[in-house]
Design a protein around this ligand. Structure first.
Ligand code: IMP
Length: 430
């Protein structure tokens, strides 16, 4: 039962897609278990850039079964566009399975997400505006519409009618917006239903069978640990379980079937949207990192906030995920800096804090305490072996491993599939 969970250790955008793509080259099944098209994964294969929001990244590898599991929320318009896009690029061999239990993002979810952000004004979360929160709200309120209902015309018609009555009341009376048309939504969603129906099945049973047949399964986490609804920097979080445990919740696979957890962290930190960020750099070093790292959102195009590597946060992530290995991404971006810094603790007044506080009132007062290391000037993007990295780069990697308490098993020195250096291959295996 070789199952691996790949999980982001920061605030998302850790380039998990690249790690998933790497470990899933000999995988049998790749699974998305949480979130929706608020996620954005970029993979570069043979110089071609692929961006996914709903499909699992591993979908591109031939012979792989891709699963969109129960815990995901699906915008069918986006999913259909991604499938059509792959076909147009002659990559149509996607063996896709979609859980009938996954919830559907409806037009009113997207609208309510945006209207609610406007209403909150300076207290806004900075959501992606994709309707993720409102869709999960309906799921928890037990009024959501699931894939199995979408593909059954009668059920969809009655569920839509029932929901839209309430949503139109909210849209018009609370937000002063125009009501949505039931007939238009019905027609639009029936077209998606036809395209999606052939892929729908009981994915939990399928995964269980795969586990029992000793298939190699990769669970790809979306977003990052610090955006988890329970363990993240609430309320500036997303609405799903982004931690490794979410792989069980979102798929119906038991915890004892998971063999390995690989945490993915960038060599620095980024964040999009609002919320605390103790190591944020609002200066030219932050700009340097943003430009070199092309730190603009895959989903929204927003410039990402950039800062130094925060080992307090990543240590916390290592704990809540049970991470056994770290994939350290985008090391090449830090090249050219005289000094590089790693935040080893926080300080509030004279008090030193080593455990990451998720209590917002504490986090906003935390000042970073840094370890400063010499930087490296060399372009490392063409280096293939760990031994050939500059001594200062190796020291940086070693420092991250020691201070987080989890070994760095792999580093990435560029966006290409081949720009990956594996240091401890055994730690990337189940
Ligand atoms: P939502 O997921 O669209 O509701 O947004 C909630 C928060 O999570 C916002 O701060 C978003 O910017 C952030 N967020 C959601 N998905 C991602 C992601 O994949 N990468 C980085 N931030 C994300």
């Amino acid at each position: 039962m070789p199952s691996i969970v790949i999980v982001g250790m920061q605030w998302g955008d850790e380039a998990k897609g690249k790690v998933v793509d790497y470990v899933s080259q000999n995988a049998d099944v790749v699974v998305r278990y949480n979130g929706g098209n608020n996620a954005g994964h970029t993979v570069v294969i043979d110089g071609e850039v692929y961006k996914f929001h709903t499909l699992p990244v591993g979908a591109l590898n031939p012979g792989v079964t891709s699963v969109i599991a129960d815990g995901v929320v699906i915008d069918p318009a986006v999913l259909v566009k991604e499938l059509d896009g792959l076909k147009a690029r002659n990559r149509n061999a996607v063996d896709l399975k979609i859980s009938g239990n996954a919830h559907i993002i409806m037009p009113y979810h997207k609208l309510l997400d945006q209207l609610e952000e406007q209403r909150k004004a300076d207290r806004k979360i900075g959501t992606t505006g994709r309707g993720i929160g409102p869709c999960y709200e309906d799921k928890i309120s037990r009024i959501g519409i699931r894939v199995c209902e979408l593909i059954d015309q009668d059920q969809f018609s009655s569920r839509l009618s029932e929901n839209l009555k309430i949503k139109n009341e909210i849209l018009t009376k609370i937000y002063g917006a125009s009501p949505l048309s039931e007939a238009e939504i019905f027609a639009e969603y029936q077209a998606y239903a036809e395209k999606i129906a052939p892929y729908v099945c009981n994915t939990s049973a399928l995964l269980y069978k795969a586990v029992k047949h000793n298939k190699r399964i990769i669970f790809e986490g979306a977003h990052g640990t610090l955006l988890d609804i329970d363990h993240g920097t609430y309320p500036y979080v997303t609405s799903s379980h982004t931690v490794a445990g979410g792989a069980c919740i979102g798929t119906g696979i038991g915890p004892t079937e998971i063999n390995r957890v690989i945490g993915v962290a960038k060599s620095y930190t980024t964040r999009v949207g609002e919320g605390w960020f103790p190591t944020e750099l609002q200066d030219e070093t932050g700009d340097y990192i943003r430009e070199r790292g092309r730190e603009y959102g895959t989903t929204t195009g927003r410039p990402r906030r950039c800062g130094w590597f925060d080992a307090v946060a990543v240590r916390f992530s290592a704990r809540v995920n049970g991470a056994q290995a770290i994939a350290l991404i985008a090391l090449d971006v830090l090249a050219g800096l005289d000094k590089v810094r790693i935040c080893s603790a926080y300080r509030i007044d004279e008090k030193i804090i080593v455990d990451f506080p998720t209590d917002p009132t504490q986090l906003k007062e935390c000042l970073p305490v840094y370890d400063e290391l010499p930087g490296w000037k060399e372009d490392i993007s063409g280096i293939k072996n760990y031994e050939d990295l500059p001594a200062n780069t190796k020291d940086y990697i070693k420092h991250v491993s020691e201070i987080v308490g989890v070994p760095v098993a792999m580093v990435s020195v560029g966006r290409g599939r081949e720009q990956t250096i594996v240091i401890r291959p055994e730690l990337l295996e189940p």
